[in-house]
Design a binder for this molecule. Structure first.
Ligand SMILES: NC(=O)c1ccc[n+]([C@@H]2O[C@H](COP(=O)([O-])OP(=O)(O)OC[C@H]3O[C@@H](n4cnc5c(N)ncnc54)[C@H](O)[C@@H]3O)[C@@H](O)[C@H]2O)c1
Length: 340
């Protein structure tokens, strides 16, 4: 079967998780990388023995790519994905799909029209505990989620935002703790619930950041068509990164996630505990603990889809579900704090 010719656009923090995944898989060959900062593009190209570009449009035109990984600031995800689709190139985009729901819909429609695969990274779904709990919900042993809560208490001080030329801004990041950090736990809980949200309530605040304008604190409630309720609390003022917690109260028991472990307590007294299994591929990539290590699993699944072996798990259409929730959280903010 054909080896895919792939490229990576954006050689910042997260790119190592993509680059090391590509390097580990024989299904794909890294033929180009691109960063608008020439030193980053060159350094990455040298490390991975490939060609450097500083203009992604030139890369799309020249490099005869089958697929690109998009590792860019949020506001660039949709425009770059659409340029790739127009060039006949499949896309695996970092989360979030977009900072605006309508733009994400437009990208999904274009991918469908051009017959391109559009994958969106939500690597936490590939954690061993996530897979197990989802299976126990769908096979009926745990049964449907009746209510849940997600809690994220992390620390992103002013200098975290100061170092970045796009984080902490409405126009480039599209928000703060919700769109960047809590998006993963909200996606996991929403995926587990598996029903359609009918109402999203939220209160957003910037309680403790001087130099950035987006929210650092958020809480709210999501109501689902099947009656399930999901409450959330997220903030970046905790001084340390405590493990994310998700609690799901189900028909036949409850599932409790803490960081990347989960415990299932059934009503009949049985207890199942599961730890995440870290794949060897990314153990030494220098990634952050709180990203987890499952990018490799999702990259491989995306390649399988592009090569026609299996359907794409987290397609653009699937990712629109959490994208809509995220955008509704900003849209429906009922605090005096202005989400622009
Ligand atoms: N899945 C996860 O757990 C996870 C974790 C961290 C980051 N991310 C996501 O990854 C994406 C990138 O985040 P990051 O922390 O790596 O950001 P970053 O700022 O470190 O990297 C972005 C890179 O894009 C480059 N860039 C900007 N404009 C460009 C353009 N027009 N053409 C080419 N390159 C350009 C920048 O120079 C920079 O090197 C974001 O969407 C972020 O939310 C995901």
């Amino acid at each position: 079967m054909k080896t895919l010719r792939v490229g990576v656009i954006g050689c910042g923090n997260i790119s190592v998780m993509h680059l090391d995944s590509i390097a580990a898989f024989e299904e794909a060959q890294l033929v180009a990388v691109c960063d608008i900062k020439p030193d980053r593009a060159e350094k990455t190209a040298k490390k991975y023995n490939t060609k450097a570009y500083t203009d992604y449009k030139q890369m799309l035109a020249e490099a005869q790519l089958d697929a690109v990984h998009i590792c860019l600031p949020h506001y660039l995800h949709v425009p770059v994905a659409c340029d790739a689709f127009e060039a006949g190139v499949h896309v695996l985009s970092e989360k979030p799909m977009s900072i605006r729901y309508e733009d994400a819909v437009r990208a999904v429609e274009l991918a469908e029209k051009k017959g391109m695969h559009y994958g969106v990274i939500f690597q936490c779904r590939y954690n061993t505990p996530s897979q197990l709990v989802k299976q126990r919900i769908t096979d009926g042993s745990l049964g449907a989620v009746k209510c849940g809560r997600t809690t994220l208490t992390w620390y992103r001080p002013d200098n975290y935002y100061d170092k970045s030329d796009w984080k902490g801004t409405w126009d480039k990041e599209g928000g703060g703790v919700i769109i960047d950090q809590a998006i993963h736990s909200l996606d996991l809980a929403n995926w587990m619930i598996g029903s359609e949200p009918v109402e999203v309530q939220s209160s957003l605040h910037n309680r403790n950041h001087e130099i950035m304008v987006v929210e650092d604190s958020a809480e709210g409630l999501i109501k689902y068509k099947n009656g399930a309720l999901l409450s959330f609390f997220a903030m970046n003022n905790f001084l340390v990164d405590e493990p994310i917690e998700i609690r799901l109260i189900c028909e036949h028991g409850k599932a409790i996630f803490s960081y990347d472990k989960a415990t299932i307590e059934y009503h009949d007294g049985r207890i199942e505990t599961v730890d995440n299994q870290t794949p060897d591929v990314l153990k030494n990539s220098g990634g952050k603990d709180y990203w987890g290590f499952q990018h490799a699993a999702q990259v491989k699944q995306f390649y399988n889809a592009v090569r026609g072996i299996e359907p794409l798990d987290i397609s653009g259409k699937e990712a629109l579900k959490i994208q809509k929730i995220i955008c509704d959280i900003y849209q429906n903010n009922d605090s005096p704090f202005q989400a622009k």
